[in-house]
Design a protein around this ligand. Structure first.
Ligand SMILES: N[C@@H](CCC(=O)N[C@@H](CS)C(=O)NCC(=O)O)C(=O)O
Length: 272
């Protein structure tokens, strides 16, 4: 698996050793080829991300599972800075910067996974055959367009995330009204969730078949948020998430740990 370098956008990158600096005695004794070894090259692919976010978790899991050499920059508190907005007027994460992109950057988690899977020929994660690929695309669009808005409305208040303009949670409505809306959104999750199970998985271990696809990564990551409201996931969903974690191993658990850590933190604050 490729190494992932993570840095915070607050901290400047560590200074490289000055050219011409005296080599240490040991290094000086070594053959010239070794002493002149070039410093590791910065990966060409960089990911700007927020650790508590499942939109970001999706791409972070994907990049690790695909073994892509990349670096991560934590942009917490910086997405609306003039520098970030100049590159990404939508001020969103995840965002990648990759050579060859017409505008230099790309955001939207699913588009990022599709692009990188296309670019690197990752057929196991994103099948090439049009009909199979269409099912993965359909599952991801359904997730972003239908499931995720319910998940956001149900969990963002508990996560202390800002809610979307025009919704009850964003308004100055009475707390009872907000709670009612949050409960309605939580209740609405069951139907699309079942669609992923009965229609998209259709008896297979994953939407992608025997192996998790980018749609599976996107779905499992999304379901992580539900722990913040102690949502009672159906047994199949718990088993499904465990199966993805088992298949992907550290590629999944490492980014999931950031989301889970944030959820544990907000829960401990709420109970304090
Ligand atoms: N549909 C997008 C959602 C991206 C999104 O909502 N990103 C949020 C974090 S969860 C963000 O970066 N917000 C920072 C901001 O708006 O300033 C995706 O899947 O990538």
């Amino acid at each position: 698996m490729a190494k992932t370098a993570t840095k915070s956008s607050k901290k400047p990158a560590a200074k490289a050793a000055k050219p011409g600096a005296k080599p240490a005695a040991k290094a000086a004794a070594k053959p010239a080829a070794k002493a002149k070894a070039k410093p590791a090259k910065k990966p060409a692919l960089t990911l700007s991300m927020l650790k508590p976010s499942v939109n970001n978790m999706s791409v972070r899991v994907f990049a690790r599972a695909a073994g892509l050499d990349h670096s991560e920059t934590d942009v917490w508190g910086h997405t609306r800075s003039p520098e970030y907005m100049a590159r990404n007027p939508a001020h969103l994460t995840p965002m990648i910067e990759d050579k060859g992109l017409p505008r230099g950057v790309l955001w939207e988690s699913c588009a990022i996974m599709q692009y990188l899977a296309n670019k690197h020929g990752l057929e196991k994660l994103y099948p090439k055959a049009p009909a199979k690929r269409a099912m993965i695309d359909s599952a991801m669009f359904y997730l972003i367009g239908t499931l995720y808005p319910y998940v956001a409305r149900a969990t963002y208040p508990a996560l202390n995330f800002p809610q979307y303009a025009g919704e009850v949670g964003h308004s100055d409505a009475h707390p009872d009204k907000k709670s009612e809306a949050q409960k309605a959104a939580a209740a609405a999750i069951a139907e699309p969730l079942e669609v992923f199970h009965s229609f998209f998985r259709n008896g297979k271990p994953f939407i992608g078949g025997k192996n998790p696809s980018i749609a599976d990564i996107r779905l499992a990551a999304t379901l992580e948020f539900l722990a913040v409201i102690d949502y009672a996931l159906p047994k199949w969903a718990k088993d499904y998430m465990a199966a993805i974690e088992k298949k992907l191993g550290k590629a999944y658990t490492e980014p999931a740990g950031d989301v889970r850590g944030y959820i544990a933190y907000v829960k401990s604050q709420a109970n304090a």
